[in-house]
Write a protein that binds this ligand. Structure first.
Ligand code: F6R
Length: 614
């Protein structure tokens, strides 16, 4: 999703801005641009496509004035209003005087635009953003100060956004504002910077201030003046950021997604060791999470994180008997949920910035639920607003498709289920310790599963040209079927659907035809024979059936076209763990099919890493 970086008070500001934009590339974007002052004029360069195109355009400019320019502001745009073209690419300029970069959506822009049209302003883009520079121009022309203009504009804007503005009259100042969309100010020595996240500015500063919701600020080389929604001048806490300098590298892998799949055994050690202490206790604080044993838990999330929530429901209900409601965050916030039987809301989000999940959490708070976030990104908006946070600690996930975050979210949810089961005496000490031991050896089991890579490549060769693929699973593997289908469609662009195996005959079976790939996840949970019989109709209609299963089930039927056997870590394969294990071949399969088809695996078309607009 869109990214913002700006620098004031540092020569060659544009270079630092471009480096910052590179660090935001993982969010996904389809055009980019920068604005800067040189030779007393407001200049801008824009380009459609990847950042290297913008960098190339800039390299053709007269470099001396550019090098002297100490204020620059850049943006990567992920199109929402208006197609991907230069006119709609930010910065959006008014009368060669004001430039604005903006993330999020101005919901009432049509109304504002109509008023500006009546005032004689011409619109060059189809963006919602363009109303902002025009309004700045209008107020500045009427004699208002830069700060006062920004303040007046904020009173008129509705929506969730962050924007930055610069003006020809104020060449050493940036007006900055945030409402819901994140923005962070970096504190340098004799200069200041602004970015969409701390990672985007950590090559310049290690001290940052997170603006709070509704804050706006006027930033110059030497000063940062912050105001809250009530226009009061406020101080916000400066915190040290500890983020690796330099770009995160692929470490020899072809794509970040490949690296992130293969690093799961090592990074999940962080997740596990942060939640199990030396006495084998799971260090989750049920009180802080807000769990009351006579009440249920409601979970909200989006996309892959939502599928983790579905597995979490299965585990918590099965192991502890506590009732769990799971909602898509985008639905929860608008569906007037009845919350009286719940004490706490869990929200799950890798980025901690998904707007739907954030809004669902705010709804939860309004209904007096205690909120607990399971997030990967420290200091993200959801982290900062939740009553309590559990971190997944798997490091930055750069590939747009979630992989290591999914398995880490599953591990946190499984530990929560176990903690509750122990507290409610639903499992005895021996069973509990066995689970803890099994969780501790999960990373080495995942390493064994990753050795199936070649086998998965063979299977991917057989389905890479398919037009449609079905994924099936039952019980706790139903969400894995959904996740397998999501992963495949988002990076390979093959149409894929996930179904509960038992649902086949209620409709999806109509899709079965000769050679249609049907992938089934199966584990020995007592339902395996039913699941196989659900597939019998597909087998007899000539579908290309692929079984991904544990040792006990793999020979249940000889009719599958291909089989992938998941190695067990235990002679009694515990089907509770199956979703974590089966996620790996699902990820590998999607990855290899997409790679074979030559798609942009790390930044698939139309997708963004943090979905900060509705
Ligand atoms: C799929 C994927 C998305 C995200 C979803 C939620 O591979 O990555 O479906 O899971 O956008 O994102 P977070 O977890 O950051 O809230």
């Amino acid at each position: 999703m869109c990214g913002i970086v700006a620098v004031v008070g540092k020569n060659q500001a544009y270079k630092y801005v471009l480096e910052g934009l590179k660090r935001l590339e993982y969010r996904g974007y389809d055009s980019s641009g920068i604005a800067y002052f040189s030779e007393k004029k407001l200049n801008h360069v824009k380009s459609v496509g990847k950042l290297n195109k913008l960098i190339k355009k800039i390299s053709l400019l007269d470099i001396e004035p550019l090098n002297k320019s100490s204020l620059a502001m850049g943006h990567t745009r992920w199109a929402t209003h208006g197609k991907v073209d230069l006119n709609n690419t930010h910065p959006i300029i008014s009368n060669n005087k004001v430039a604005v970069v903006h993330n999020g959506i101005i919901e009432n822009y049509k109304f504002l635009k109509n008023n500006l049209l009546l005032d004689g302003y011409a619109f060059n883009s189809l963006t919602d953003t363009e109303v902002i520079p025009h309004m700045f121009y209008k107020y500045l022309k009427a004699g208002k100060s830069f700060l006062e203009s920004g303040r007046l504009i904020l009173k008129l804007l509705e929506g969730a956004f962050a924007f930055l503005a610069i003006s020809n009259d104020n060449k050493n100042e940036i007006f900055v504002s945030r409402k819901t969309s994140p923005l962070v100010i970096g504190m340098g020595d004799g200069f200041h910077v602004v970015g969409s996240d701390a990672q985007s500015i950590s090559h310049m500063v290690d001290k940052v201030i997170y603006l709070e919701d509704g804050d706006y600020a006027l930033i110059s080389d030497l000063e940062v003046k912050i105001f809250n929604e009530k226009d009061e001048n406020v101080n916000r806490r400066t915190i040290n950021v500890n983020i690796d300098h330099g770009l995160i590298s692929k470490e020899g892998y072809r794509h970040f997604m490949e690296k992130e799949i293969f690093e799961q055994p090592s990074v999940l050690i962080n997740t596990i060791s942060s939640l199990i202490n030396e006495n084998n206790e799971i260090v989750l604080d049920l009180e802080k999470i807000g769990i009351q044993i006579n009440k249920g838990i409601t979970i909200c999330a989006a996309g892959t994180s939502y599928y983790a929530a579905m597995v979490g429901k299965y585990w918590i209900e099965k192991l502890s008997g506590i009732s769990v409601n799971v909602d898509l965050a985008s639905e929860y916030r608008y569906r007037s949920p009845v919350t009286s039987s719940f004490s706490s809301m869990l929200v799950i989000s890798q980025s901690g910035e998904s707007i739907d999940t954030l809004m669902a959490m705010r709804e939860g708070k309004k209904s007096n639920l205690k909120t607990c976030a399971i997030v990967n990104v420290d200091q993200s908006t959801i982290d900062r607003e939740a009553d309590h946070t559990i971190y997944t600690r798997v490091g930055p996930e750069i590939g747009v498709a979630s992989t290591k975050s999914f398995t880490s979210q599953l591990i946190v949810l499984l530990m929560l289920a176990l903690k509750l089961a122990k507290k409610l005496n639903k499992i005895n000490m021996k069973q509990y310790l066995k689970f803890v031991d099994d969780i501790k050896v999960l990373p080495s089991t995942l390493s064994k599963i990753l050795k199936l890579n070649d086998k998965v490549i063979d299977v991917s060769q057989k389905i890479k040209n398919a037009k449609n693929v079905l994924f099936l699973g039952r019980g706790n593997l139903y969400p894995i079927a959904l996740e397998g289908a999501l992963k495949l469609k988002e990076i390979s662009y093959i149409h894929a659907e996930g179904f509960a195996a038992g649902e086949m005959k209620h409709g999806p079976i109509a899709l079965i035809e000769e050679d249609l790939p049907v992938i089934m996840f199966l584990t020995s949970d007592g339902l395996e024979d039913k699941a196989i019989s659900n597939l019998q109709e597909a087998i007899s209609r000539g579908a290309n059936t692929i079984l991904i299963s544990d040792k006990k089930c793999i020979n249940k039927s000889q009719f599958f076209t291909s089989k992938i056997e998941i190695p067990s870590f235990d002679k009694d394969f515990n089907s509770i763990f199956a979703p974590i294990f089966m996620a790996i071949p699902a990820q590998l399969l999607a990855y290899h099919i997409a790679r074979e088809r030559g798609t942009d695996v790390d930044q698939p078309r139309n997708l963004a890493k943090s979905v900060t607009v509705e």
